[in-house]
Design a protein around this ligand. Sequence first.
Ligand SMILES: [Zn+2]
Length: 107
Amino acid sequence: MTQVTEARLAREAELCYACIALVTDYDAWREEEEGVDAASVLEVMHANVDKAQRLLRQVVPQLSARPRACACGEALKAALYTAPEQVPQEARERLDLLVAKYGYGTA
Ligand SMILES: [Zn+2]
């Protein structure tokens, strides 16, 4: 499935984003493979959850130990064009967490 929505939301929140994709079966495109049933998919999915958890336990400490070298943390810096005084209070309150540092906050 596409990751466009997640990637876009992460970008707007100035978060780094990566996808971990773990396959549960290949029967949709490997015609020589036997068909799968829900039980076998669930079995692989449970194993994949374990793999993903182990991966995150290893990677997250490594990522958090080093400074971010990308521009994700300032993705909105050049994306806000409306003059801050023109942004309605309701929008300021709703977006305060994301845009306050650019002068669009409620404070
Ligand atoms: Zn990043």
